[in-house]
Design a protein around this ligand. Structure first.
Ligand SMILES: N[C@@H](CCC(=O)N[C@@H](CS)C(=O)NCC(=O)O)C(=O)O
Length: 211
């Protein structure tokens, strides 16, 4: 199988890169330089018209959207047990929390990190404030869930949701209220960071923060 990941250091491609390592999938990595706007080059836009990372090319099939790619990788490697069986009650929870990451956390982060996008430069401060409040409310909801149903999002077993969630928690590290301020979220992150593939993805991306 030919697997090529287009990513950029410390971005949404991290969860895909991490899962490729976790699942032992051999791959080629192309790190795009955002400072040089390589994600907007004509060659890359031909692959991914959104001009964002990640993009995974799997035997010639172009896949985008980090959560979709992550779920697909888990389905391709069922023995790793990172996705509950389709049709099982746990699969329902899995979709629920993947969608929580995608519909609630990710748009708020997009607004926080690209605050001019929703309403222009003039409204950046207000957009950031709203994004911050949305994120903190969502983290509270996740903390309450983990407190009641943890240690992992689906209970006793780690799944793709926990990988995605860990990446999203990491993004809060320089925000006014980082997720490590919720003890149950910090404990969840510590469990996920202890996985050998986490250290490996950090090593390969050259990241040192939030360890
Ligand atoms: N929904 C997309 C979001 C991807 C995304 O926003 N990636 C950011 C990095 S975290 C990006 O490529 N930004 C570059 C840009 O927008 O120019 C996914 O999860 O894959």
């Amino acid at each position: 199988m030919s697997v090529v990941l287009y990513g950029s250091q410390s971005t949404a491609s991290l969860v895909v890169h991490w899962l490729l390592l976790e699942l032992g999938i051999e791959h080629e990595l192309h790190q795009l330089d955002f400072d040089r706007r390589e994600q907007k080059s004509a060659d890359y836009l031909a692959l991914n018209p959104a001009g964002r990372v990640p993009t995974l090319v799997l035997d010639g099939q172009v896949l985008t959207e980090s959560a979709a790619i992550a779920m697909h990788l888990a389905d391709l490697h069922p023995a790793a047990g990172l996705a509950p069986l389709p049709g099982s009650p746990a699969r329902g929870d899995y979709y629920r929390w993947i969608c929580f990451c995608v519909y609630t956390l990710m748009p708020a982060y997009r607004a926080w990190f690209y605050p001019d996008e929703p309403a222009g430069e003039a409204n950046v401060a207000e957009v950031k404030q709203r994004a911050r409040l949305q994120l903190e409310a969502a983290w509270q909801q996740m903390a309450d869930h983990l407190q009641a149903h943890g240690p992992y999002v689906l209970g006793e077993r780690a799944s793709v949701v926990d990988f995605l969630l860990t990446m999203l928690m990491r993004w809060s590290r320089n925000m006014p209220r980082p997720t490590d301020q919720w003890p149950v979220l910090a404990a969840h992150a510590a469990r996920m960071k202890a996985r050998p593939a986490f250290a490996e993805v950090y090593r390969r991306e050259g990241i040192t923060d939030w360890r």
